[in-house]
Design a protein around this ligand. Structure first.
Ligand code: ZN
Ligand code: ZN
Length: 430
């Protein structure tokens, strides 16, 4: 059956208002209109914006859509937020930092408690239960004097730790250098340097993982290459192949790395020219075992939808297969709070690198966390809990704004200058 444009072709893009659809002399600029029915959107003109509730839209074919492609004027309306809120149980506990730590810049949960990075470079191993606090290393990584933020992204020291607490990494987010330290000796095993090419645009890509009984560290060794090395010796394990040809990953500037809970997949919050944000994800064990030759098919490389000018976005794994991206829309100027859930096992027929989007809903914003199959986000009020299958808001924990996820003890942590506050994620399932 023919579309309203008269062409017997598949519907393409968002439905258009009749003014955009019928414009002949010139292209008509558009608003993205959230109708309030789920996450449904349409393109409407300035006239229709005033009567948005009654705007009549219809789908056209790809050629007609492209012919009428004007400039974006922004977003109007909101996606629907389904509220199924109930009281959130469980108290938020205070946990003061040890007195001798001084000013603490970052923390990292480990099996024996926490590592603390102090502003004088000391790394402390702190177990709050017996109340022990031991200096295990001193980092020499410092933010260069006079460093200026770029687009609000300040250079800052960041602490990472292997789960067993045997290794730490101190890096400069939005910077160039860092180091991996063996905490049994206090010695640097891997000096880190990403070459500095546009490194101010992303957090320093770094993640610890396990491979063949060893702790390995994944790090950005070059703007487009993630290398894997043995954390104890620095011996190379593998890396993303450095290819010159136009390939689906060769031109990506890697950003924050997000490892799945069991470590079987990893996502990089990457971007490429224009700049366009593009989260990519791949399987870890096969890559580490088979090396560069496993790219891209054998490691299930996935490319998530592009978003103009937008990366460093909320990203979290619900489990080993489902990845959640924060923000609805495909342009930085049109992003609205929301979540998009992708299942990496299921790919689109016409694009095997594109995972199927299994849920899309409005509401979640700020940093994302996940536990027990639930999605957690932040609002001005505090922590918000969501059902990622239905998109329903399940509750809000006022005044608690976590910064870290302690997966060892199953707690969300709010780290600030005054100490830690913590809340058990299992309360969300009660
Ligand atoms: Zn219109
Ligand atoms: Zn048409």
């Amino acid at each position: 059956m023919a579309l309203i444009c008269g062409h017997d072709a598949p519907a393409y893009g968002l439905p258009l208002c009749e003014h955009i659809r019928t414009a002949t002399a010139e292209r008509v600029d558009h608003y993205i209109h959230y109708t309030g029915r789920g996450a449904e959107t349409q393109r409407i003109c300035g006239l229709c914006r005033n009567e948005a509730a009654t705007a009549v839209t219809a789908a056209v074919c790809e050629d007609c859509f492209d012919e009428r492609e004007g400039d974006g004027l922004g977003v109007f309306g909101h996606p629907e937020v389904v509220d199924a809120s109930r009281p959130v149980p469980g108290a938020v506990e205070n946990l003061p930092l040890p007195d001798d730590a001084g000013r603490v810049l970052d923390i990292a949960p480990i099996e024996q408690g926490f590592l603390l990075l102090c502003d004088d470079g000391r790394i402390l191993r702190w177990d709050p239960e017996p109340g022990t606090c031991t200096k295990v290393a001193r980092s020499t990584v410092v933010v260069p004097a006079g460093a200026q933020p770029w687009c609000g992204r300040a250079k800052a020291l960041r602490l990472h730790a292997s789960r067993d607490g045997a290794f730490a990494a101190v890096v400069i987010d939005h910077g160039q250098t860092g180091e991996v330290i063996d905490l049994s000796t206090g010695l640097v095993t891997i000096p880190l340097d990403n070459g500095g090419y546009h490194s101010y645009t992303v957090p320093f890509s770094l993640a610890f993982a396990e491979h063949a009984g060893r702790t390995v560290v994944l790090h950005r060794a070059d703007w487009r290459v993630i290398e894997v090395a043995d954390a104890a010796t620095g011996a190379p394990v593998t890396r993303i192949p450095m290819v010159e040809a136009h390939t689906p990953w060769a031109g990506c500037f890697h950003g924050a790395l997000h490892l799945s809970p069991e470590g079987t997949r990893i996502a990089s919050d990457a971007w490429w020219w224009q700049p366009t944000g593009m989260v990519m994800a791949w399987d870890v064990p096969r890559w580490l075992a088979d090396g560069e030759s496993s790219w891209p098919q054998d490691i299930g490389l996935a490319r998530l939808p592009f978003c103009e000018g937008y990366w460093n976005r909320p990203v979290v794994w619900l489990d080993e297969n489902r990845l959640v991206l924060g923000g609805l829309g495909d342009d930085e100027l049109e992003i609205v709070p929301g979540a998009r859930v992708f299942d990496l096992r299921d790919r689109q027929e016409d694009d095997p690198m594109r995972p199927t989007e299994v849920a899309t809903f409005g509401g979640p914003e700020g940093r994302f966390f996940a536990a027990h199959g639930l999605l957690f986000s932040l609002s001005e009020a505090g922590l918000v809990i969501w059902d990622p299958a239905t998109g329903a808001r399940l509750g809000t924990l006022d005044g608690f704004r976590p910064t870290h996820h302690d997966t060892v003890r199953g707690e969300l942590l709010e780290f600030s200058a005054t100490g830690l506050r913590r809340w058990r994620t299992a309360h969300a399932t009660a």
